[in-house]
Write a protein that binds this ligand. Structure first.
Ligand SMILES: NC(=O)C1=CN([C@@H]2O[C@H](COP(=O)(O)OP(=O)(O)OC[C@H]3O[C@@H](n4cnc5c(N)ncnc54)[C@H](OP(=O)(O)O)[C@@H]3O)[C@@H](O)[C@H]2O)C=CC1
Ligand SMILES: O=C(O)CCC(=O)C(=O)O
Length: 479
């Protein structure tokens, strides 16, 4: 058995109060390691250390921050194969996707190394003669980051990097399913020369460590990605503590396929959007809204390609779709497959697969003849399952696409410039994709949604400055 992996608090590796097992969802006999589960007292200690280090750190200015982020980026890149392997092993994403996600994390750190030197501000003349006004962006203080399991390095990266770039300190809790990638990232941040207490990793259950972060009065702001249910609970408790909030939650993302679409493009975008990463993306295309004229050809070709996808262990080169991340997630997916049948859908695929290694393998599923009022078309499943809804024309497609409690990403496949433009304008979603999967985003532009998908200002790109800073207005009279 390898050494247990500890929490990073105030620059020191500390044991928490017990150890939890991290197992490989592609092979449950593979024990990846033991990870320290922290306590509320660990969160208090981390927050106190973060508070103490901030004044000295902020006095050093942005070049020091940029240099630190650059060193972190370089190390992540250098260790992309090792980190990607850990990510694939603990989360179940296939290795090429896991390595690509790791490289994306490096790019994110590098992007914010540059942004640390570009913090915007304004100088204005006052309405009063002789007075100058300066509007600056100031750090918030200590920020609490609570991250999910489905992007175990990209999401921590796109929260940690702007938090540090804009002069804050961090207390982070990764999802309990994926401590290994977070621990590697914490090691890199520590080894890159991050001052003690500036970045703290506290692993452990959401109900203990997550809750303690949400309730700690020393934490000024919370950035969370995960389920709607947990996001709502964090919003209530966070507001009680008057914290600044940024919540990224679910999606039920529509992919509209019009009669005039290029069939090959539409099938490729839908296959990728609905099933890649085992459908475990908040941007997944879980509603395929298909115009009547192309419906049968589209469903036949998508069904054929979906059934041909090779589901297998994440580290095997032949695998195209890895396992579902956990037993609980698989059980949830299977309940939705049953529900689809009982709501009147014809189901293709969706069954549990028995492979040589014991893991959570499931064949992707299409729910045909769905309507937008069915629960399988309204609730986020977060698995390799997509509901197909037939519509008559563009107007109906747009109405159905917008009729959802969520509004994260929305896609359309069409060769009509007019339909593409009207969809971009009319879709009630934070991100719109034309002839592209609803999932798979760039790291240097805003990410986030409308309605039940997101709360607070956008993540990623230059827009992250809005969340991770507060505005100060300073007046001066020079005489
Ligand atoms: N939008 C997205 O990107 C994601 C959406 N989901 C959705 O959520 C469903 C369930 O997944 P799940 O992992 O349980 O999502 P959760 O929302 O429970 O978990 C997200 C993060 O919040 C933490 N957390 C849980 N409870 C609390 C709490 N009371 N206070 C503070 N933090 C808490 C979790 O910790 P811990 O892991 O220890 O429980 C994890 O770090 C999925 O089926 C999917 O629908 C899930 C992941 C990402
Ligand atoms: O689609 C992507 O690239 C990112 C998706 C994501 O962040 C998520 O599913 O949580």
């Amino acid at each position: 058995m390898t050494e247990p992996h500890l929490n990073l608090i105030d620059g020191t590796w500390l044991p928490g109060d017990h150890l939890t097992e991290n197992r490989n969802p592609s092979d449950l006999s593979d024990l990846i390691g033991l990870y320290a589960a922290g306590t509320a007292a660990d969160v208090d200690r981390a927050t106190a250390a973060a508070t103490a280090v901030l004044p000295g750190w902020q006095r050093q200015g942005p070049q020091v921050r940029a240099d630190l982020l650059e060193r972190i980026a370089t190390q992540i890149e250098a260790r992309a194969a090792e980190i990607g392997t850990m990510l694939a092993r603990e989360e179940g994403k296939i290795l090429p996707e896991a390595i690509a996600e790791t490289r994306r994390a490096a790019q994110i750190f590098r992007f914010y190394a540059g942004e640390a030197l570009r913090i915007p501000g304004e100088a204005l003349a006052s309405v009063r003669p002789g007075v100058d006004v300066e509007v600056t962006r100031e750090p918030l203080g200590v920020v609490g980051l609570i991250t999910p399991w489905n992007f175990p390095i990209a999401i921590p990266a796109w929260k940690i990097a702007p938090a540090l770039a804009y002069g804050n300190a961090v207390v982070m809790k990764p999802a309990d399913l994926v401590p290994g990638t977070a621990h590697l990232l914490a090691q890199i941040i520590h080894d890159a020369g991050c001052p003690a207490g500036l970045f703290n990793l506290v692993m452990g259950p959401g109900s203990v460590v997550g809750q303690a972060i949400v309730e700690n009065p020393g934490i000024a702001a919370l950035s969370f990605t995960g389920s709607v249910q947990t996001g709502r609970a964090i919003a209530r408790a966070g507001l009680e503590g008057m914290k600044k909030l940024q919540l990224e939650m679910g999606g039920k993302n529509p992919m509209v396929v019009l009669d005039d679409a290029d069939l090959e493009v539409a099938v490729a975008a839908s296959l990728n959007g609905a099933f890649f990463s085992t459908g475990q993306r908040c941007t997944a295309s879980s509603r395929l809204i298909v115009q009547a004229g192309i419906h049968d050809a589209f469903v036949t070709e998508l069904g054929r390609q979906m059934q041909a996808l090779r589901v297998g262990p994440a580290l095997e080169a032949a695998s195209q779709i890895g396992p579902v991340a956990s037993a609980a997630q698989l059980q949830g997916n299977l309940r939705y497959v049953d529900l689809a049948r009982s709501e009147g859908c014809e189901v293709i695929g969706g069954e549990v697969l028995t492979l040589p290694t014991e893991g959570h393998f499931q064949r992707p599923a299409l729910f045909l003849n769905a309507t937008n009022q069915m629960r399988v078309a309204r609730e986020e499943i977060f698995g390799p399952c997509a509901a197909v809804i037939r519509v008559q024309d563009f107007d109906e497609a747009l109405t159905v696409a917008n009729d959802s409690p969520f509004g994260l990403s929305a896609g359309i496949c069409t060769t009509s410039l007019r339909h593409a433009r009207n969809f971009r304008r009319g879709a009630r979603a934070g991100m719109v994709m034309v002839n592209l999967p609803t999932a798979g985003v760039d790291y240097h532009v805003p990410f986030g949604g409308t309605k039940g998908s997101s709360y607070g200002s956008r993540e990623q790109g230059r827009h992250a400055v809005e969340f991770y800073t507060t505005v100060k207005t300073a007046y001066g009279f020079a005489g």
